[in-house]
Design a binder for this molecule. Structure first.
Ligand SMILES: Cc1cc2nc3c(=O)[nH]c(=O)nc-3n(C[C@H](O)[C@H](O)[C@H](O)COP(=O)(O)OP(=O)(O)OC[C@H]3O[C@@H](n4cnc5c(N)ncnc54)[C@H](O)[C@@H]3O)c2cc1C
Length: 602
C-alpha cells in the first residue's frame, strides 16, 4: 500500500540505517545544547561528532546571563557554576605591557562596575561566569545522554539528501571506516565554522573568512604571585607585534586559577602560517608573561582564522544550521558559544512542537527569521570590537613603532610631564572607554528581539531605548521581547519570573483581575492539545509580586495577560481582559503555532 498521498511508495531503509527524529551533527556548544534541549523535551535524537570526545581546547569561557538562564531552565545551572570561575572573579580586565609588567589601564567588565552591576542584577536571576569550553561541553553532552540522546563519537558527517518526509544522512565511523546512513525527520548542522552541512545546503553567506590569523597556546605555569594584586580572567598585552593579525591585541587568559592559561597571539595571515614549535611557544609565553626564565609547560598549540561571516538564511525545510556554522567571528565580546547555545534553545522547542503534532511545520521557518538577524548582529559587533583595539595603539602612538625599543619608549611617554605625555593620557581615556562595547555590551547580550510569524504583534512598538541599546538592556513585554526578570514568590520561596515559564510548555502570566484567563487557558490548551499553564501573580495566588516589580514590568493592566513561549520570549499579550478570553487566546496561540484556531495539525 502506498505510504504517501501522492502514491509514492516509501523505500525500505537499507540494512544498517539508523532512524531518529532529529540528527544533530556536532557536539560543541550548539550541538550539545540542542541535544540537551531536545532530550529534555522527550524528542528522540542522535548526536554525531567527528572526534572521540568533546572540545580539547578551552576556547569559549565567558558565559553570559542569557545563556545561564538557558542552563537554569534546562536544569544544569548548578553544575555549570560548580565548574566555573564565578562572577566575582571575572570583573577586572587588565591592559598591560605583560603580566609582570606595567599597567596601561583596567576596565570593570561583564557588569562588575558598581554603576553597571545594578543593570545586570536587575535583568536576570543569573550572573555571567567563566567556564572553559573543555568543562562546559562535557556537562551539556553528559546531561543530554542521561536524558536520552544517543551519542556517536568518532563519527563523521559525509552528506545529506533531503526529501519530503525526512533527511538521509551518510556518515562514516572513523574507527572502522564503515559508512552507513541515518534517516532523520530533521537535521541540525552544528558542525562549526567550517560547516559542511551549511555548505551542502548552499546557505547564503555574507562577509569573509580568514581575515586575520591567530594562534592558541595553552600552558601550565604558576602565575599566582604575578596576578595576586590584579586577579582577572583576561589580560590584554600591548607588546611589540600585538597589533598584527589576531583579535586586536595579545591575550593571556586564565583557564584555571592561577596555573592553567591560554594565550591568543596573532600572525600575519597573508604570510606562510608560522611554525609554533615548543621553543617558539615558550618564547611567546615568556614574552607575554614578562618573565624571561618562566617555568612553563606548553600543553598545546593551534592556529585559527578570524572570520567576519554570517548566513542570511539558516535552514532548508528539514535541515537547520546553528552556532558557528552560521555566525563566524572573533571571540571578542564572548558571544560565540553563548549565541550558539541560544540558537539551539530557539530551535528545539519548535521541533518538539512540530514533531508532537502541536504546531504546523511552518513554525520551523521562524527559526531562520528570528535567528539570522542575531547572527548578523553578533558577527558585526565582535569584529568591530576587535578592530576598536586600534584606538589603544593609536593613543599610545605605537602603531608605526620601529622595533621593540622604540615601542617601549613610546609607551613610556604616557608618563612624561610633557605636552606629548599629556596628549597620550587624554587619548587613552576614550580608547579605554570604547572597550565597554566589548566587555559590557549588556544590550547585545540580553536584548534579542524577534519579529516572525511566531510572535503576534499587538500594535505597540518597542519603547525607544533611553540609553545606548548596545550597552544597555531595556526590559519590555512587547511581543518578541525576552520575558523580563523580577523576583516573585511568597514567604517560603523566591523565584524569577523566568522560573514561572518552564521550557516544556507555554505560560500565560496574569494578575488577580485577569483570573478569567485561567479557565480560558485550560480550555485552549485542551482544544489545541498544547501544554499551557497559567500563573496568576498576586497576593494569595501562586506567587506574589514580592517587590511590586512585576506590576512595573508587565506592560499590561492587571487584568491583561502575557503569553510566554517555551524559550521565554513573549509570543503575544493582551492589554486587558478580553471580552472572550478563550477566543482571544485560542486565536493567538493557534496563529503562533501556524494553525487555524482549534484545527488539528495537518
Ligand atoms: C580563543 C577563543 C575564545 C573564545 N571565547 C569565547 C567566549 O568567551 N564566549 C563565547 O561565547 N564564545 C567564545 N569563543 C567562541 C566559541 O568557541 C565558538 O563560538 C563555539 O565553539 C561554537 O560552537 P559550535 O557548537 O557552533 O561549534 P564548535 O564548537 O566548533 O563545534 C563543532 C562540532 O562539530 C563537530 N564536527 C565538525 N565537522 C564535523 C563532521 N563533518 N562530522 C561530524 N562532526 C563534525 C566537531 O567535532 C564539534 O563537535 C571563543 C573562541 C576562541 C577561538
Amino acid at each position: 500500500m502506498p505510504d504517501f498521498e501522492d502514491g509514492i511508495e516509501a523505500t525500505p531503509l537499507p540494512a544498517g540505517t539508523l532512524e531518529t527524529d532529529v540528527l544533530i551533527v556536532g557536539s560543541g556548544p550548539a550541538g550539545g545544547a540542542a541535544a540537551l534541549a531536545l532530550s529534555s523535551l522527550g524528542v528522540p535524537n542522535i548526536m554525531i561528532t567527528r572526534y572521540r570526545w568533546t572540545a580539547n581546547t578551552p576556547r569559549a569561557h565567558i558565559t553570559n546571563q542569557r545563556t545561564m538562564e538557558v542552563f537554569r531552565d534546562l536544569g544544569i545551572e548548578a553544575q555549570v557554576l560548580a565548574q566555573a570561575s564565578g562572577h566575582e572573579l571575572i570583573g577586572d580586565t587588565v591592559f598591560c605591557t605583560s603580566i609582570a609588567g606595567e599597567e596601561i589601564g583596567r576596565i570593570l567588565t561583564w557588569g562588575s562596575h558598581p554603576a553597571r552591576e545594578a543593570d545586570y542584577r536587575l535583568a536576570s536571576p543569573s550572573l555571567t561566569c567563566d567556564i572553559p569550553q573543555t568543562y562546559l561541553e562535557p556537562i551539556l553532552v553528559s546531561n543530554a545522554a542521561a536524558r536520552g540522546t544517543q551519542i556517536r563519537f568518532s563519527t563523521e558527517y559525509l552528506s545529506l539528501t533531503e526529501d519530503r518526509d525526512g533527511v538521509e544522512v551518510r556518515v562514516r565511523d572513523r574507527l572502522t571506516g564503515l559508512e552507513y546512513g541515518i534517516r532523520a525527520k530533521y537535521v541540525i548542522g552544528a558542525d562549526g565554522a567550517r560547516s559542511q552541512v551549511a555548505a551542502d545546503l548552499g546557505l547564503p553567506f555574507e562577509g569573509r573568512m580568514d581575515i586575520a590569523g591567530s594562534m592558541n597556546i595553552t600552558f601550565r605555569a604558576d602565575l599566582s604571585q604575578l596576578v595576586a594584586t590584579r586577579h582577572s580572567v583576561l589580560y590584554w598585552v600591548i607588546a611589540p607585534g600585538a597589533n598584527i593579525g589576531g583579535i586586536g591585541a595579545g591575550l593571556v587568559r586564565m583557564v584555571r586559577p592561577w596555573n592553567e592559561w591560554l594565550i591568543v597571539w596573532g600572525y600575519d595571515i597573508s604570510q606562510e602560517p608560522p611554525r609554533v614549535d615548543e621553543q617558539e611557544a615558550q618564547r611567546i609565553v615568556r614574552a607575554l608573561v614578562g618573565v624571561p626564565d618562566l617555568d612553563v609547560e606548553i600543553t598545546g598549540t593551534s592556529l585559527w582564522g578570524n572570520n567576519e561571516m554570517y548566513a542570511t538564511h539558516l535552514q532548508s525545510a528539514r535541515v537547520f544550521c546553528a552556532g558557528d556554522a552560521v555566525h563566524r567571528h572573533p571571540p571578542s565580546n564572548g558571544l560565540g558559544s553563548n549565541t550558539s547555545i541560544q540558537d539551539s534553545y530557539n530551535l528545539a522547542w519548535k521541533l518538539a512542537a512540530v514533531l508532537n503534532g502541536q504546531a504546523d511545520a511552518s513554525l520551523l521557518h521562524t527559526y531562520s527569521v528570528e535567528r539570522a538577524p542575531i547572527a548578523r548582529q553578533i558577527v558585526l559587533r565582535a569584529n568591530r570590537s576587535s578592530r576598536e583595539f586600534v584606538q589603544l595603539f593609536e593613543a599610545l602612538g605605537v602603531l608605526g613603532a620601529d622595533g621593540e625599543q622604540q615601542m617601549r619608549a613610546l609607551i613610556e611617554e604616557r608618563k612624561a610631564n610633557t605636552p606629548e605625555g599629556e596628549a597620550k593620557r587624554a587619548a587613552l581615556i576614550p580608547a579605554m572607554e570604547i572597550k565597554n562595547y566589548e566587555f559590557n555590551a549588556h544590550g547585545v547580550e540580553m536584548g534579542q528581539f524577534y519579529e516572525s510569524a511566531a510572535v503576534i504583534p499587538d500594535g505597540s512598538t518597542r519603547p525607544l531605548p533611553a540609553r545606548d541599546p548596545e550597552l544597555y538592556y531595556e526590559p519590555s513585554t512587547v511581543p518578541g521581547s525576552r520575558l523580563p526578570h523580577c523576583w516573585v514568590g511568597d514567604q517560603g520561596r523566591k523565584l524569577s519570573t523566568l522560573d514561572l515559564a518552564p521550557y516544556s510548555c507555554f505560560t500565560l502570566i496574569t494578575g488577580i483581575a485577569g483570573e478569567a484567563w485561567e479557565p480560558a487557558a485550560r480550555a485552549v490548551g485542551e482544544d489545541l492539545g498544547v501544554a499551557l499553564r497559567t500563573v496568576v501573580i498576586g497576593p494569595g495566588r501562586e506567587v506574589t509580586d514580592l517587590y511590586y516589580d512585576w506590576a512595573r514590568l508587565r506592560g499590561v493592566a492587571e487584568s491583561g495577560a502575557v503569553l510566554v513561549r517555551p524559550d521565554k520570549h513573549v509570543g503575544w499579550r493582551a492589554g486587558t481582559l478580553a471580552a472572550d478570553p478563550r477566543e482571544a487566546l485560542s486565536a493567538a496561540l493557534a496563529q503562533l503555532l501556524g494553525r487555524r484556531p482549534t484545527a488539528a495539525v495537518s
